[in-house]
Design a protein around this ligand. Structure first.
Ligand code: GLY
Ligand code: MN
Ligand code: MN
Length: 459
């Protein structure tokens, strides 16, 4: 099939842009993969927890028809394999299979055969017959994908239960789990399929040192971008111009993409939680909510600051801002292992933030403000911005979560969210986004510096 020449031209332009960015940026590796031993350790932990065959599938690369789509691996699959290419699968065989006569390897990565014609367009891929493929992938065995069907059929004779990803009640978008669990049913029709997702989520909730380093590499340029947005902010800019500057800073520091669609909401748009149109011109006196953060080597960050368009909070904007900040500080003060993100009990961080908001300030009708705090306080952050964490359970050291209270009053065109990322430590927490000021005075100071710089060097 002939493909349009624009593909070639687009690639050349991308290369030129990347070349320019690379020249400007501090050197960052294109994609940092943790050592193979880290992925092997995760597989061993999962297998020890479930003691049954586990089969998981990566994305195929056909999940989206959008021409701007760039392949990004299915997160559970990446977490367990570190394999970031299309069309792969992984089979883990329990130790107990050896007593039942299993003589083969207990960890197998299945790869599609190489397609040299396709590689002319998309670049080289790993194949099952490549020399040194076991060392490269860290798997005891690497086979051609076509062999998986028969191996699963054989295995299911001795193991009536097989773990894979089953579709969840709230699955949205591409039906990956539905497609592949049906495929497994076809290969092993007598097996009972069980869902592996919460067991993987429980592992994913506790970050390894390598993961923490990658999350920090997503956070650092995202902080730089927030600072740059504060410095450039002024009425007359379009929301998309601010977002473009922030995205440029992420990309130049090695972020492969955004953690989520950038949210730059001015005026009434500051009250829309996941506003992503970005087509409005920012007006004087407004508040601007910036929930924008980059993704580095698969790992997300998630940061929000809310700033005044002209560099000075109005008294009402400052009042609401300080209530949100007070709620964030109240939640942070209570943050330690054993606390819970939600619920109604005394350990609930959500309850602490809600009680703070509901007992400070009033709306124009004299009502308390809890009614304007309309989302959860926190979620885990990792390979996904709303990361998997298994069944709800109290916080433990090694978890990374957001703390993000907000108040959204559409009648006043006033939405304020402050969102930071924290690591839970054995005794409390570490604020991973500490370099980015939260107080209104510090924000105004940075904005004043930005204004002075602009006046000195008008563009
Ligand atoms: N940026 C999405 C969120 O804060 O959850
Ligand atoms: Mn968030
Ligand atoms: Mn956010």
């Amino acid at each position: 099939m002939k493909r349009p020449i624009v593909t070639l031209r687009g690639s050349l332009i991308s290369l030129l842009i990347l070349g320019c960015l690379a020249a400007l940026a501090p050197l960052a590796a294109a994609w940092e993969r943790e050592p193979g031993s880290v992925f092997a350790e995760r597989r061993a932990k999962l297998e020890a927890a479930l003691n049954a065959p586990i089969v998981l599938f990566g994305y195929t690369g056909h999940e989206e028809a959008n021409p701007s789509y760039v392949f990004m691996q299915e997160e559970n699959f990446y977490y367990l394999t570190g394999h970031n290419e299309e069309g792969a699968a992984m089979l883990l065989v329990p130790e107990s299979a050896v007593q039942k006569g299993w003589t083969g390897p207990r960890e197998i990565l299945y790869l599609p055969p190489r397609d040299l014609a396709e590689e002319k367009w998309n670049g080289p891929r790993l194949g099952p017959d490549d020399p040194g493929i076991k060392e490269k992938t860290g798997f005891a065995d690497v086979e051609s994908f076509v062999k998986l069907h028969e191996t699963l059929a054989n295995l299911s004779r001795d193991f009536p239960e097989i773990y894979t990803e089953l579709p969840g009640p709230h699955d949205e978008g591409y039906p990956h789990a539905a497609n592949w669990s049906n495929w497994v049913k076809g290969a092993a029709p007598h097996a009972t399929l069980k869902d592996v997702s919460s067991a993987v989520g429980t592992l994913r909730a506790i970050k390894t040192p390598g993961e923490l380093a990658l999350i920090q590499k997503a956070i650092d340029p995202s902080i730089d971008a927030q600072l740059a947005a504060m410095k450039m902010m002024r009425s007359g800019l379009y929301e998309y111009q601010v977002a473009a500057k922030m995205v440029e800073i992420h990309a130049a520091a090695g972020c492969e993409t955004e953690s989520y669609a950038p949210i730059v909401g001015s005026g009434i748009n500051s009250t829309v939680l996941h506003y992503n149109k970005l087509d409005r011109q920012i007006d004087g006196g407004e508040i601007v909510l910036l929930d924008v953060a980059g993704q580095y080597s698969g790992y997300a960050s998630d940061i929000t600051r809310t700033i005044p368009a002209d560099g000075k909070f109005s008294p009402r904007q400052r009042e609401i801002y300080e209530i949100v900040l007070g709620a964030q500080n109240a939640a942070l003060a209570a943050l330690k292992p054993g606390m819970t993100l939600g619920g109604q009990g005394d350990t609930s961080l959500q309850k602490i933030a809600m009680e703070y908001i509901d007992s400070h300030g009033k709306d124009k009708e004299g009502r308390s403000l809890g009614r304007y705090y309309i989302h959860g306080l926190s979620h885990h952050v990792g390979l996904d911005v709303h990361d998997a964490s298994g069944l709800p359970h109290p916080l433990e050291a090694g978890m990374v979560i957001t703390i993000e209270p907000g108040i959204y009053i559409p009648e006043e065109n006033l939405g304020v969210r402050i969102e930071d990322d924290v690591l839970i430590t054995p005794t409390g927490y570490k604020l991973l986004t500490a370099r980015l000021p939260r107080s209104p005075d510090e924000i105004e100071k940075i904005m004043a510096e930005g204004k002075a710089e602009r006046e000195k060097h008008p563009q």
